[in-house]
Design a protein around this ligand. Structure first.
Ligand SMILES: C[S@@+](CC[C@H](N)C(=O)[O-])C[C@H]1O[C@@H](n2cnc3c(N)ncnc32)[C@H](O)[C@@H]1O
Length: 304
């Protein structure tokens, strides 16, 4: 058994995933052997939420995780060979990914599993809950742009301290995935989920804005940060999460190092109050920097 029976949901999901994709076994052994009992308790809690979300079709979600890994591997090979991401324009990404309902659904399903399977994704969501959401002021109004699989917006909507919660996404199937996820997790009050392109007349201001794994999808990331500034209420805070050196089918924008991203965000008029840097699974931060491998950069920022 890869995971102790003290963490039953995590242990069962890992066993099922490895049964479906035996070539991932070594990855999973290494992934979990370094986790402390305290961290495994938090993994077990997240596994409980994810198990509920995938219960209606567990094999499809675990299969879509394997499919996503294969898609990412193609992109990784391209990135290593050409030192850049394959796509560079939003139109290409829209045509090939966002408007393709079947592709997008598999993508969001696979991405949901990565929140547990990829250490950097787990660490970001853990950081978001403990460092960002936990320090939001009572009654905060909350917006997430690009909620996708729905886990981040769920934790805001389930937060008793939160006032209204809103989600915007450009993709209809993504919005549907978010809505289904929130229904399954049994929220007392559903957030307002709107089909809304960030660049097309965003309305309202919010105390708490989440932009997680979206900046790297932007053809004009500076323009996106400019919009984020306008939807933040005075004194409001942004949770920004962008992986660098992280090729994926719809990633357009990359930077070389976390420090480059810090500069980019500061130049756009933000003050970064806190940051967490989380290297790809089974890598140290130092190795990830040297080998130009994925580092998830999570920032808590305010408007200057
Ligand atoms: C990779 S998912 C991020 C899911 C989740 N936030 C996370 O951190 O795992 C990116 C999401 O951003 C959405 N998106 C991309 N461009 C957008 C835009 N211009 N306006 C609103 N949403 C957008 C996509 O449809 C997709 O649902």
């Amino acid at each position: 058994m890869l995971i102790s029976s003290g963490y039953p949901t995590l242990a069962r999901l890992v066993a099922e995933q490895v049964r479906l994709a035996p070539d991932h076994e070594k990855f999973f052994i290494k992934r979990f052997e370094a986790e402390t009992p305290e961290s495994l308790v938090r993994h077990e809690e997240l596994a409980g939420h994810i198990a509920k979300l995938i219960a209606h079709d567990e094999m499809a979600f675990l299969g879509d995780y394997g499919w996503l890994c294969a898609e990412q591997l193609e992109e990784e090979l391209y990135f290593r060979r050409h030192k850049k991401y394959r796509l560079s324009t939003f139109d290409e990404a829209y045509r090939l990914v966002y408007s393709n309902r079947e592709y997008m659904t598999r993508y969001m399903n696979g991405l949901l599993m990565t929140q547990l399977w990829w250490k950097n994704h787990f660490d970001v969501i853990d950081y978001y809950r403990r460092v960002f959401l936990a320090t939001n002021k009572p009654g905060y109004s909350h917006l997430e742009i690009g909620p996708g699989h729905g886990l981040f917006i769920y934790f805001a909507a389930a937060d008793r301290k939160a006032g209204g919660v809103t989600g915007w996404d450009i993709s209809e199937s993504s919005i549907n995935s978010t809505r289904d996820a929130l229904k399954t997790l049994g929220l007392a009050e559903m957030p307002a989920l709107e089909l809304q392109d960030l660049f097309k007349g965003p309305k309202g201001v919010f105390d708490s804005v989440v932009f997680s794994e979206v900046l790297e999808h932007m053809e004009d990331p500076r323009a996106a940060l400019d919009v984020l500034r306008t939807v933040l209420a005075p004194g409001g805070r942004l949770f920004l999460n962008m992986p660098i050196n992280s090729p994926a089918p719809d990633h357009l924008f990359n930077l070389d190092s976390p420090e480059d991203l810090v500069r980019f965000v500061e130049d756009a008029g933000f003050i970064i109050e806190n940051q967490g840097l989380f290297p790809a699974t089974n890598q140290t931060l130092d190795m990830a920097r040297r080998k130009k491998m994925t580092i998830s950069c999570a920032f808590v920022a305010r408007r200057q």
